[in-house]
Design a protein around this ligand. Structure first.
Ligand SMILES: NC(=O)c1ccc[n+]([C@@H]2O[C@H](COP(=O)([O-])OP(=O)(O)OC[C@H]3O[C@@H](n4cnc5c(N)ncnc54)[C@H](O)[C@@H]3O)[C@@H](O)[C@H]2O)c1
Length: 416
């Protein structure tokens, strides 16, 4: 793919990050040189397996001869680590969420503007094959102008898996408000249609004390959320996310000349495109249902995680660094997607009233949010901060906490 010097990569956070570490190879002109994780039992075996340097201290890791840092640490701690890496002269690719408060969003954007390094938001869902195909069709005008869309990321878990993924009473997965994990549902819609969110209304489906799986976890957050988003072209979008029964990832785009969506059953990577008899050309079918291909690197992408989306994260990051041009998922889009989840929670706690999504591309607008550090993190709770649940400060059930601790012990987690 390239004859240039390889991009030397370091990865932080080695659960999700392991995939990035394994994917950052010579086929993309990348070379993995270092790993960082505060959890040594996770860090050391992977460092050995991949034969690279290991660090438990992020500052020491940044002192290394790394060109690019991939951040897959905790959900709510990406922005400060990204800002540090940029200041140390590294390119950054950051997992979701880009920022955990509006203040962090402002700081992150300003750090990227000040630096000459690349920042990419690692939202992989737009790069699933059906979303890339919908973007191609949309850009070709097949369904006309975007008017209404839906994005769904529904991911129920059995208690055992939920506990394994959330080691520690204060692990973010045990308290993240139900609107915050919204970028998997929003990002594909923004990517396909090139629209931006301008207003949100958030609705939370509160903690269900009859949910037998939730009751066997240490969770003190809510089940799920619906977010209604008005986009900058007037289109409406409905987002549905997280812990309901009925696992699925689904995107639907209504244009004023047609509809497209991935299938909800069977092969969900297949696409359905419908144009009414009065909109289509003579001889064209009203409905087409087919299996799309990735526009580039079909073979490699097909082997990668998250429906191929993971391959395109390392790929576009490397391309952006080499061209020295911001990727599509730049800091402005990353922050815009992330703050929709924050603002939707603000809306949900205020009777689901409409909340404006500020356009942080505008310096004067973002200056108004420079001190907005409203945060649902229960470990830093202050007067005026929200609790992780719309029901207030919840406690996990005794049974849930006991079972969670059993799972954490088995997996070698030594914290609280
Ligand atoms: N895009 C996707 O499809 C996808 C899938 C899974 C997870 N994620 C994202 O990846 C991130 C990590 O989630 P996860 O599932 O891997 O679980 P996780 O949050 O439990 O893992 C984070 C890892 O980072 C380490 N870590 C935390 N703080 C650190 C620090 N300061 N320095 C070094 N290491 C540190 C932890 O020890 C842990 O191993 C989250 O932001 C999550 O949203 C994205």
């Amino acid at each position: 793919m390239t004859t240039d010097k390889p991009i030397r990569v370091g990865v932080v956070g080695l659960r999700r990050g392991e995939g990035f570490a394994r994917g950052a190879g010579p086929h993309l002109g990348m070379q993995l040189v270092a790993l960082c994780d505060i959890w040594e039992e996770r860090l050391l075996p992977l460092g050995k397996a991949l034969n690279v340097a290991t660090y438990t201290d992020y500052d020491r890791f940044l002192e290394r001869d790394i060109d690019a840092v991939i951040l897959a640490n905790y959900f709510h701690q990406h922005a400060p680590l990204a800002i540090k890496a940029l200041a140390a002269g590294k390119h950054v690719m950051s997992e979701t969420s880009a920022c955990f408060t509006l203040k962090q969003g402002v700081e992150l954007i300003e750090a990227v503007e000040k630096s000459d390094r690349i920042y990419m938001f690692a939202e992989n869902y737009p790069y699933m094959v059906f979303n890339q195909e919908m973007r191609r069709l949309y850009q070709a005008g097949v369904v006309g102008e975007f008017r209404y869309g839906e994005g769904e990321y529904v991911h129920p878990m059995a208690a055992e898996e939920a506990n394994r993924l959330a080691p520690g009473v204060n692990h973010w997965r045990n308290w993240l408000p139900a609107t915050y994990y919204n970028t998997h549902s929003l990002a594909p819609v923004m990517y396909i249609t090139d629209t931006w969110p301008v207003r949100v209304n958030g609705f939370v489906i509160a903690r269900d004390w009859q949910d037998e799986q939730y009751n066997r976890t240490a969770k003190r957050n809510d089940q799920a959320s619906v977010i209604m988003v008005r986009m900058d072209n007037g289109a409406m979008v409905k987002l549905l996310q997280v812990g309901l029964r009925g696992h699925g990832v689904w995107v639907r785009i209504h244009g004023n000349r047609g509809l497209m969506e991935n299938l909800r059953w069977g092969n969900t990577a297949m696409l359905r495109v419908r144009r009414e008899p009065f909109d289509k050309e003579p001889g064209e079918p009203v409905e087409q249902i087919y299996t799309p291909e990735f526009p580039v690197h079909h073979q490699e992408a097909t082997r990668a995680g998250h429906g191929g989306g993971d391959f395109f994260m390392d790929y576009h990051f490397a391309e952006a660094i080499r061209r020295h041009e911001p990727p599509y998922l730049d800091v402005y889009r990353g922050v815009a997607m992330s703050i929709v989840g924050i603002l939707a929670y603000r809306s949900a706690l205020d009777g689901s009233n409409t909340v404006v999504v500020p356009d942080f591309r505008d310096k004067a607008v973002r200056a108004q949010y420079a001190n907005d550090d409203w945060s649902p993190d229960p470990t830093t709770h202050r007067d005026g901060d929200p609790w992780p649940s719309v029901l207030g400060p919840l406690e996990p059930t005794t049974e849930g906490l006991a079972y969670a601790r059993e799972v954490w012990r088995e997996m070698g987690y030594k914290g609280e």
